[in-house]
Design a protein around this ligand. Structure first.
Ligand code: PMP
Length: 356
């Protein structure tokens, strides 16, 4: 037979996720850590990988890694689940808590993957847009959950791409106002140094997402985890792919997590550079940076798409959100090394001065 039946209807009009990765000298578009894992730790990773059987399936639940994460967070193994990057766990969440007849509450502008996952799983999306300064419209969120139809919500803290963290008292009020499962996406929490972890015992409807991709320099390896109540974790285990975290990724993540203290100076340096970059952006005429608790800074300016192209010609890749709903005129720059940040500011200065 020639031809092929159409794919599932929910795919119509859906664009695949595109990180818009292009060759560049300075990658400031994907919120990665500018510093790779250092040589000493790499040597330890290699030793661990040498011991890893390649002919055997990995531990399906990555229990050794789970135990390390659980212990560090004062939890039991059954309160932690490891995934192939946070992305996989976000999809698992939509599979387990979404679906036809179910509703997801989103607070845009935020990480676009949430909404895509809802659409893929035929989950209805309810939205409470952020205010003009990107703060959460807290009363509107609480009013929306009061309707009683929300099955799960995601609060991103710090939010991507806007940068600010969610106020802790608001998240507590939300957890108490609804029995919906509330995920707090803490992919960038190491840069805000704030976590909802203390509320896990008291709030069964809280689940926290973390990743190894940012503070721990492992975006290339694909490991993330969630922490939640055993009942919630059990449901997620039902939908996950059995061997999604391969043996090599488990080995790398174990070594890195056991040595996580060694990443602390790098994190502190990024936090310092974030302040320096934000201040420098603020000095540029017509450029308005938004305060950030993460490892990136969102800024708004005229002709942002032309500025993006100008930077790219200079080898600097930032993320262009200038035509994204709610983010008009905005670019997002990952905090890079001091040299990269200087080059970014110089490139932007050159652009805005050229337009004066
Ligand atoms: N949540 C947020 C807010 C993110 O920005 C990202 C990465 N872009 C993720 C989750 C997923 O990260 P990863 O799959 O690399 O763990």
């Amino acid at each position: 037979m020639s031809g092929v039946r159409a794919a599932a209807p929910q795919l119509a009009g859906l664009e695949p996720y595109d990180p818009k990765y292009l060759p560049a000298e300075a990658f400031l578009s994907a919120n990665e850590n500018p510093t790779d894992v250092d040589a000493a730790l790499r040597a330890e990773i290699v030793r661990e990988i040498r011991k890893t059987a390649l002919n055997r399936y990995p531990d399906p639940l990555a229990n050794d890694l789970r135990d390390l994460i659980a212990e560090a967070n004062g939890l039991d193994r059954d309160q932690v689940l490891v995934g192939n990057g946070g992305d996989e766990l976000l999809f698992d969440l939509a599979l387990a808590w979404g679906g036809p007849g179910r509703t997801f509450l989103n607070l845009p502008p935020t990480f676009s993957v949430y909404e895509a996952n809802a659409r893929l799983t035929n989950t209805a999306v309810a939205e409470v847009p952020r205010r003009a300064d990107f703060s959460i419209d807290e009363e509107a969120v609480l009013a929306r959950v009061a309707a009683g139809d929300i099955d799960f919500a995601i609060v991103t803290s710090p939010n991507n791409p806007t940068g600010e963290r969610a106020p802790e008292d608001f998240v507590v009020r939300l957890l108490e106002a609804t029995d919906a499962l509330v995920m707090v996406d803490e992919a960038y929490f190491e840069f805000s140094r704030r976590t909802m972890r203390p509320y896990l015992e008291s709030h069964e409807n809280l689940i926290i997402l973390r990743t190894f991709s940012k503070a721990f320099s492992l975006a290339g390896v694909r490991v993330g985890y969630v922490m939640g109540s055993p009942g919630v974790i059990r449901e997620l285990v039902k939908v996950r792919q059995p061997y999604s975290v391969d043996a090599l990724s488990q080995a790398v993540a174990r070594v890195v997590f056991a040595n996580r203290a060694s990443f602390e100076p790098g994190i502190a340096a990024i936090i310092e550079e974030r302040a320096r970059l934000t201040d420098a952006l603020r000095t540029l005429p017509g450029v308005t940076p938004f305060p950030s608790d993460a490892n990136y800074v969102l800024f708004r300016m005229d002709a942002a798409d032309e500025a993006w192209a100008h930077l790219y010609e200079r080898g600097i890749l930032v993320r262009d959100f200038s035509h994204a709903p709610g983010l008009e005129g905005c670019l997002r720059a990952t905090v890079g090394t001091p040299d990269q940040n200087d080059a970014l500011v110089a490139g932007l200065r050159d652009f805005v001065m050229g337009r004066c």
